[in-house]
Design a protein around this ligand. Structure first.
Ligand SMILES: Cc1cc2nc3c(=O)[nH]c(=O)nc-3n(C[C@H](O)[C@H](O)[C@H](O)COP(=O)(O)OP(=O)(O)OC[C@H]3O[C@@H](n4cnc5c(N)ncnc54)[C@H](O)[C@@H]3O)c2cc1C
Length: 353
């Protein structure tokens, strides 16, 4: 018989201990709530230890700051992912946030006035749950004809580490966002690289970096809060931030995108009758919210998201969603932006039941 350990005595369970979970923890502590943060990774940092090592933020450290304590300055320009990991590690220690890891939450269920959070043989009973599980565990792979026929290597952004392993190969990078552009910039230094996108890439102006994007996200949040028309998020300006590596790749002509191929062959990709030999396909095609643990609550809409008002799930008002993307608050999938949304999520926790 399975031994079940029941842990009670918390008002709020936060699922996920990345930047969003920590920002929630900061405000929960300030509000005096009893809470725990459950994270399935062995070490702090959320998604950041899983990015490719050369990834840098698209803004200076001062613009990648969680509530309370700024990210320490990085002298060499925009900080690398390892600096973010160090910061998040120090942040949770500084505020003595009660993070338990590794704890993989497998289900959240309703049980009378409480929500029950299950992780293996452990159970937490909570009055409110904040889900902040991010996206990195749900890489999105579009399906194209011939995907199983292709005998070369296929990998997703989340599997990518360095360009050295592709030296001399014919590589196709798929995707129109920042990851794709940065991977093309990097891989094209060692391999013959083709970039394909389903619509023409939209480059931001050279002087638009994270600072401008955060300002636009803030203006949007303020307009929505004041009941004014939504002026549109940063995506209205373009998609791709011209970080130095991407600018350099553009200047040497490596950022010419082709339309998306229509099928894979045994050893290539094809547009109609035109076939191009390919050893490796890198799918830089994004991620989806990691929401499998919420399945028992039956909240998902057709587009895979959960309908929210602010951060509160419409079909389960005891549940808040934090950090997954603009649908849970403007800029809430960024380090600076999530603080504002975490603050309002904690303020919106309503224990009147
Ligand atoms: C290529 C790239 C570049 C980026 N650059 C920037 C940038 O320059 N500036 C910026 O601000 N943002 C940037 N971002 C965006 C953003 O900061 C990250 O996506 C961020 O990691 C999201 O934080 P999060 O806390 O919401 O999720 P995560 O960091 O993914 O944290 C969620 C945590 O929950 C855990 N978890 C998942 N499921 C469960 C479960 N069932 N039970 C328990 N734990 C679970 C995860 O393992 C993880 O530890 C970038 C993102 C990418 C992909």
């Amino acid at each position: 018989m399975m031994h079940t350990q029941s842990v009670t005595g918390v008002d709020v369970v936060v699922i996920g201990g990345g930047q969003a979970g920590l920002a929630a923890g900061y405000y929960l502590r300030r509000a005096g709530h009893r809470f725990v943060i459950l994270d399935d990774q062995p070490t702090p940092g959320g998604a950041w230890p899983h990015t490719w090592p050369s990834l840098r933020l698209f803004s200076p450290a001062e613009f990648a700051t969680l509530p309370g304590w700024p990210m320490p300055h990085w002298r060499g320009g925009f900080p690398p992912a390892s600096h973010v990991v160090d910061y998040l590690t120090a942040y949770e220690a500084r505020y003595d946030l009660p993070v338990e890891r590794p704890v993989r939450v497998t289900a959240v269920r309703r049980d009378g006035p409480e929500l029950v959070v299950e992780a293996g043989d452990r159970i937490w009973r909570a009055r409110r749950v904040i889900s902040a599980t991010g996206t990195w565990q749900q890489p999105f792979w579009p399906i194209y004809p011939g995907a199983r026929t292709f005998t070369g290597r296929q990998l997703h952004t989340v599997d990518y580490r360095t360009p050295d392993e592709f030296a001399g190969a014919d590589v196709v990078v798929v995707g129109g966002g920042n990851s794709a552009a940065q991977l093309v910039a990097e891989i094209s230094t060692t391999a013959s690289t083709t970039w394909v996108t389903s619509r023409p890439p939209r480059f931001l102006a050279d002087d638009v970096d994270g600072r401008v994007l955060f300002r636009v996200a803030s203006e949007r949040a303020m307009a929505i809060a004041a009941g004014r028309p939504d002026p549109g998020g940063p995506a209205s300006l373009g998609d791709i931030v011209m970080v130095p590596e991407v600018r350099e790749a553009r200047d040497r002509g490596a950022l010419q995108a082709l339309p998306m191929f229509d099928r894979l062959t045994r050893d290539g990709v094809a547009w109609g009758t035109r076939v191009q030999h390919t050893d490796v396909i890198v799918w830089a095609t994004g991620f989806r919210p990691a929401l499998a643990h919420l399945r028992p609550l039956r909240l998902r809409e057709h587009d895979g998201t959960i309908a929210v008002s602010g951060t509160r799930a419409l079909k389960e008002p005891r549940l808040h969603l934090l950090g997954y993307g603009d649908w849970t608050g403007p800029g809430s999938a960024t380090i600076l932006g999530v603080g504002r949304t975490a603050k309002s999520a904690v303020a919106e926790l309503d224990f009147d039941d």
